[in-house]
Write a protein of this length. Structure first.
Length: 585
């Protein structure tokens, strides 16, 4: 979904540049004067053709123009007379400075564009990773992928097009100023014509903005469907429904193709219209001036040269502005996601909880989602260094209980105490660093086993990774792989079996030696032998950490020290006998 401010591309262009100018004002302070200097050098180099032609045509008897008089003074400062050689040397020196200055400006633009693109991505990543859990409940993975890739690039393209627009505008102003010094009548007529053409083509710019916004919406939709489709590919193929997914994606591709065709046509149509119209007007204007007379032939030649450059600059202004409008929606799409993450930034701070030593206790906790209550006045305790198993029907509130313990959000009422200290008043981010979490649906990155366990944490040593793999029972099958822990696991761990993925997920949770290990239906998809081995390994960890498992497995319940049953909004403590299993390990 594109924010309302991004739907009117032309109306948000200034807002985008105002925002970028505030954030990157240092870049603007350097870039704008540099662009102006290069534009001045180009204009001066072109107007120096006038005294050169005057000398070559031997029309020195004519009254010199202000430009010619200025050249005489400049050469006089160096003790030179106004000759063809001296003027050519001055032209060459001016254009050499313009050449190197132009390369410098191009580097500044490239550097600023790359830096701004990287900054936009970093802001988005930081906003997402620092956001409250509510942010991720409605975040589409495809939107995030599109924002991080194509839409950031479009925002970067808008900035680069903006610098081109500024440069072209400065060139036009310099050219107009110099042309006024040659013939103000011709210059005024040309300026009026250029303004009329610009106003007449505003409709194309507006249509370009609408097409750009539609492209952003369709690109996000296609990315979201593709990401979801790849994530669900195994059941889709198992049911023979891949053709239906292909049809859905093909419809989005067809719509995107239609919009891209329209957008590409609009982007190429504008320069195709501007340049011929302007050249025709220039030719007619020169014809009129020759018939009327009163303008020297060398002045007409210089005016033709200046206006030819002016035509190119006017075309650049129009196409750059059109490109900005086409890409503005991409910039606001990313800004919307970033602003949403910053708005839902998780509050951090409070006392740092010491390592869990006694218990986790719920005191009169109530919580619900919307109008539906999940837990009502729940009071119970989970002792430390024991295995607590949570059972209950689907939707009873087991996951909600885990989310509350982890601190993803505070309870609606009541209090959660960790060793007697209020979790709400504590640093929840620091608390989560004490937790190891193994989900039911194991998600592995398309990376090495080592990176899947360390997850970019430089504090986790190879020794810790190897210990975690050993405890999780993954050492044997990893040792049999060609590259050991440096072996790739494939997309979502597809190269590995379900049991192997589960063991790596357990190793990931253990690598930081947590004080609380949470397993959310971690054995549900495992065969009996693998599940039994995993349970036996977990029980050896009770001396090091507290274990909390959500499970319906009779073997897990039998191994439990405490069994909590969630149902009807309440949490009750039961013995294994209540589930038809004998107590004891």
């Amino acid at each position: 979904m594109i924010p309302s401010k991004a739907r009117n591309g032309e109306g948000t262009t200034l807002a985008m540049f105002a925002q970028l100018a505030r954030r990157y004002w240092r870049t603007s302070v350097v870039l704008i004067p540099a662009v102006l200097a290069v534009s001045l050098l180009e204009g001066i180099g072109l107007t120096l053709v006038l005294p050169l032609l005057t000398l070559m045509l031997d029309s020195a008897a004519s009254e010199p123009s202000g430009i010619e008089a200025g050249v005489d003074r400049i050469l006089g400062w160096f003790g030179l007379s106004t000759t063809v050689g001296a003027v050519v040397a001055l032209i060459l020196a001016t254009m050499a400075f313009k050449l190197f200055g132009g390369l410098g400006v191009n580097w500044l633009v490239a550097d600023a564009g790359a830096r701004i693109g990287a900054d936009i991505r970093r802001r988005l990543v930081r906003a997402m990773t620092a956001a409250d859990w509510k942010y991720f409940l409605t975040l589409a993975g495809g939107d995030a992928a599109a924002a991080m890739g194509t839409e950031v690039q479009r925002g970067q393209n808008a900035f680069i097009a903006g610098t081109k627009l500024i440069a072209a505008t400065m060139r036009v102003l310099v050219i107009l100023g110099l042309a006024l010094a040659v013939s103000w009548q011709v210059t005024v007529a040309a300026a009026l014509f250029g303004g009329a053409v610009g106003i007449g083509l505003r409709g194309l710019v507006r249509m370009t903005g609408n097409a750009g916004t539609r492209q952003t919406e369709l690109q996000a939709s296609l990315s979201a469907r593709l990401v979801d489709g790849i994530a669900s590919m195994k059941p889709i193929k198992a049911m023979g429904r891949e053709a239906h997914l292909s049809d859905v994606l093909d419809r989005d591709i067809a719509l995107l193709e239609k919009v891209r065709r329209r957008l590409t046509f609009l982007l190429t149509a504008l320069p195709a219209l501007v340049e011929p119209l302007t050249v025709m007007a220039l030719a007619l204007g020169l014809l009129v001036m020759v018939d009327i007379g009163g303008v020297r032939i060398e002045s007409l030649a210089v005016l033709a040269l200046l206006f030819s450059r002016g035509v190119a600059s006017m075309t650049s202004i129009q196409t750059s502005y059109q490109s900005i409008v086409a890409n503005t929606a991409g910039y606001w799409f990313v800004e919307m996601m970033t602003a949403r993450g910053e708005e839902l930034r998780e509050e951090v701070g409070g006392a740092v909880l010491p390592p869990l030593a006694s218990s986790i206790r719920f005191e009169g906790v109530s919580h619900g989602h919307g109008e539906r209550p999940i837990l009502t006045d729940a009071t119970f305790e989970m002792p430390a260094h024991q295995l607590t198993v949570v059972t209950g029907a689907s939707g009873a509130g087991k996951t909600t209980m885990i989310d509350l313990i982890v601190g993803l959000y505070p309870p609606g009422a009541g209090e959660i105490l960790v060793d007697g200290a209020s979790l709400a008043a504590s640093d929840r981010a620091a608390w989560r660093q004490q937790i190891g979490y193994v989900p039911q649906d194991t998600i592995l990155f398309n990376d090495t086993i080592y990176n899947n366990i360390a997850v970019g944490d430089a504090k986790i040593s190879r020794h810790q990774v190897e210990w975690a793999l050993s405890v999780a029972g993954a050492g044997e099958f990893i040792a049999a792989m060609d590259k050991g822990v440096e072996s790739l696991v494939g997309e979502r761990g597809g190269i590995l079996s379900g049991g192997q993925r589960q063991r790596i997920a357990l190793a990931r949770a253990l690598a930081r030696n947590p004080t609380l290990l949470i397993l959310d239906e971690a054995t549900a998809a495992l065969d009996q032998a693998t599940a039994d081995d995993l349970i036996a390994r977990l029980l050896t960890l009770r001396r090091r950490m507290t274990l909390l498992a959500v499970s319906h497995s009779p073997d897990m319940v039998r191994a439990a020290d405490v069994v909590l049953h969630v149902g009807g909004g309440t949490v009750t403590r039961r013995g294994p006998q209540a589930f038809g299993v004998a107590s004891g390990v």
